[in-house]
Design a protein around this ligand. Sequence first.
Ligand code: PGA
Length: 269
Amino acid sequence: MSQSRRPLIAGNWKMYKNRAEAKAFVEELAQQTSAEAFGTVDLAVACSFTLLDTVKATAEATQAPLHVAAQTMEHRQEGAYTGEVSPRMLAELDLYGVVLGHSERRQYFNENDEALKAKVAAALEAKLVPIFCLGETLEQREAGSTDQIVLHQLNVALEGLAPEQLARVVVAYEPVWAIGTGKVCDSDEANRVCALIRGALAKLADEATAQQIRILYGGSMKPENAEELLAKSDIDGGLIGGASLKVDSFLAIAEAGAKLAKAANACSV
Ligand code: PGA
């Protein structure tokens, strides 16, 4: 965590919760916290399309300090694409952003780097923050190709963007083998890959822009390991699956982020 970047603690609810459960989560969150308590961090949840309206409306009604994001998106604005949801449809809901390139989308729904390039650009155009995910599989890590895979995914999706567009992108490093497995990546190693990503972003834009871009870690982040991960210099937040489904564990991670951010800000004064 660095004092120059505002941390983002983002839950990824995947295909969990119905509307009543989503509403109850936001109401409980609002009861347990306030915008003041989280003045130093951004909180967000990414949920299914059918929950977006409910979560957004409940957060507004209860003043819960919570941004709302979608979990995927088609890049075209409209047309004969049965079943898809377009950038303008999401923008109409006044959302914060959209998760793009999650490994489950890549694995089960054939999202590839080229398609993701179009989606990232479309999200930016629709004024949505793209939370762009990348990361290696266990096989790729064991073969020693982690850096090459991560850099390839990053460069294909983000090259060609102007520095001011890149500055609005959030990158989430999620080693696939750590997602939903309880096997968290070693914090030094996670930080090394996040620093590698920042170096590549500096080449795509410039050093000052790379220093502004938030890079999250995701993969079995939990209250027990969040502080250690979030304390690292190039990790600016988390993308949290399982532990974001309950208010207690989500808030415990957010509190670790808020505490570190306050400490970082105090050091800079
Ligand atoms: P996990 O999921 O925290 O349950 O490992 C992370 C993610 O899929 O973004």
